[in-house]
Every structure is written in structure tokens, then in C-alpha cells.
Design a protein around this ligand. Sequence first.
Ligand SMILES: [Zn+2]
Length: 258
Amino acid sequence: MLQVTQVRAFTDNYIWLIHSPRDARLVVVVDPGDAAPVERMLAERNLTLSGLLITHHHADHVGGVADLLRQRPIPVFGPAGEAVPGNPTRLREGDHVDLSALGLEFTVLDVPGHTAGHIAYVGHGAVFCGDTLFSAGCGRLFEGTPEQMHASLSKLAALPAETLVYCAHEYTLSNLKFGLAVDPDNDAATRYQAHCHELRERDEATIPSDIRRERNVNPFLRCDDKTVKQAAEAHAGRKLHSHTEVFAVIRQWKDGFR
Ligand SMILES: [Zn+2]
């Protein structure tokens, strides 16, 4: 199993350090929005930064790239469809990130919706999905359409059930609050909420999640569920005729939910 170290940044971002299975002191960083906490972790644990993986162009994901690359001739990978710093190798669906010297390899998925060119990295039983899939939620639609986001989430939901989900924010409790408003009788979500409350009280992360859990508790992955559809129809005040329509309604509902 992949060894991954969590670095906290800003108020609720996670920057992930993926350790080389060959030499755990070598790490690749995912979405370094801020260089300072990454540098601190590298120094504290005596780690060597050996590559950068970028999921999308937002500042809280790329803000640390330039500083981290100073004095470090290391490879950078990013989405083909977005302008990100660091002159990355530009990736799209089906491309491979080959870091064979580190014993690491990832496959790229196009997951547009939060941004137009957002990508995810899949490999070693994990997915690094940026701001597309969150635990019990999903990213806001800043650049894409509901159709695109629904297709992107369906792609992620189709990964093997045991795949660990490394998303970029600690939003789980607020997502569950909304999820349980949509789907109040979801026992798995209720149990998960109690578990996440305990974790957060101890200041522990709820991430990584996994695809099996997300299929059960995440309303945005359950647009085909009868209860979720009924809740969306009641909220919209009209009949909904496709999973994408259900998705569009609950995504909009969540935007205004407090
Ligand atoms: Zn973002």
C-alpha cells in the first residue's frame, strides 16, 4: 500500500506527499498550494522532494509550485487543458505518469466540472482527485457543466471499491450535514458522521476515504438512488428525468445550503 503523508495548508487544504515504495525518503507532492508547510515537513522528516503532481489551476493548489521548484530540477505534471506554473508535462485522460525511478506510476483521468481541465491521478490503490470528489461531497462547478461533473464523478465512482480517495479539502462534516438533509435515513452516512465527529474532535483528518464508502454516503454519487431523486424533486418542485438532472439540482441546492 502507498505511504502518504498529510500536510495541512491554509484553513482546510490537504497537500499530499506520496512516498516512493523504493525509498520512503523520496516523495512526490500533490497540489502544493503553499510551499512553506511542505518545506517544513520535508526538513522535519528529512525527505527529498522528487516531483510535483497538479490536478487543476486554482491558487490553493499551485501557489507553492514556483518556490518548491527553486533549486530543484524535478519533474512537474499537470493538466493539458489548464495553465499551471512549473512548465509541467501536460496530461490528459489515459496518459501515464511514469516515475519509475521512484517505483511510482499513475494513470490520468479527465474529470472536468470544478474546473474545465481538472485531472485526477490513479495508481497504487489510490486516487488523488483534487477538488472533484470530496468525502461525502464534490467540488463546486466553477467552469464546467453539471453534465461534465456528473460524468467525472461517475468515472471516479467506477474505480475499484477499495481505492483510497485523497481529496484536497477537509469538508467531510459539512458535506455530511447536507448529505443527511438530502438522504436522512442513510444509516451509513449517520454512522460515518459520528465517526468523523470523533476524528475531528481529536483534530484528525477524515481523509483518505475510499470509493466503497463514497458510493454509500455521498449523495452526488447516488443520483440514481430513489430517495435522493425524490429529495431533489421535492427541492426543485418538479419531476426530474435523468441522473444528471438530479445531480444538477442537488449541486445547486448544496451551493445555498448552510
Ligand atoms: Zn479548486
